[in-house]
Write a protein that binds this ligand. Structure first.
Ligand SMILES: Cc1cc2nc3c(=O)[nH]c(=O)nc-3n(C[C@H](O)[C@H](O)[C@H](O)COP(=O)(O)O)c2cc1C
Length: 199
């Protein structure tokens, strides 16, 4: 059985998400699988142009690293997707790769494969990123077998304060003073900072 692990953090070997992807691959290897790791951010993968040619021909017109990666995915029995939480979602690199898979989604080319997603976040919503990635894998036809989201608890509060941000009173927002402070929205509630950079 072949398992392909992919990480979408741009931090290379310093990536914490990488550690999770590697842990899944190590477990699969111990169980007898052949494993391979790909750092998505080291590949040249361009944006989907929305030409829809892939729906007709089954292949993308763009000549970059995506077709090779896609062949690796198709040749695998299991796919591990990893992304840190970037603004409550996956990184741009992961999304750019997924957008190139429109045809694979329509044709459910991952039917019969296993899928698993992992994510890390500074302060919140790693599980939401895991859910999103597993949902994409299911949409591709894969059977998702689990996922791990880890909150690292890394805050940037001190740096926000240094640059004139709010003090750490309950409900304060982590927004530097040069940025217009958020005002209560139409429902009358002030948006809270959920990015992990706040107190
Ligand atoms: C541009 C950017 C956006 C981020 N957005 C969030 C966020 O919305 N919520 C959060 O909890 N952490 C956020 N983080 C923190 C990362 O999710 C966290 O540091 C993560 O563990 C990094 O993973 P990595 O070490 O694999 O790169 C953000 C970090 C960056 C650089």
């Amino acid at each position: 059985m072949k398992i392909l692990g992919m990480n979408g953090s741009p931090r290379g070997s310093r990536s914490q998400t990488l550690r999770l992807v590697r842990a899944v691959l190590d477990g699969a290897r111990d169980a007898g699988a052949e494993v391979e790791f790909v750092d998505i951010c080291k590949l040249d993968i361009g944006y989907c142009r929305g030409c829809l040619v892939c729906y007709e021909r089954g292949e993308c017109v763009r000549r970059d690293d995506f077709p090779g990666l896609y062949q690796k995915m198709l040749a695998s029995d299991g796919i591990v997707l990893g992304s840190p939480n970037y603004i409550n979602s996956v990184t741009a690199q992961i999304k750019t790769m997924l957008d190139r898979m429109g045809d694979a989604i329509h044709c459910q080319f991952f039917l019969g494969k296993y899928g698993c997603a992992v994510s890390t976040a500074g302060g919140s919503r790693a599980d939401e990123v895991v859910d999103y990635l597993n949902d994409v894998l299911q949409t591709l036809g894969a059977n998702t077998v689990g996922g791990v989201g880890v909150i690292l608890g890394v805050t940037r509060r001190r740096s926000c304060l240094r640059r004139g941000g709010p003090t750490n009173s309950a409900g304060s927002l982590c927004v530097p003073s040069r940025i217009k402070r958020p005002t209560p929205n139409r429902r009358g509630t002030t948006p809270r900072c959920t990015t992990g950079c706040g107190p």
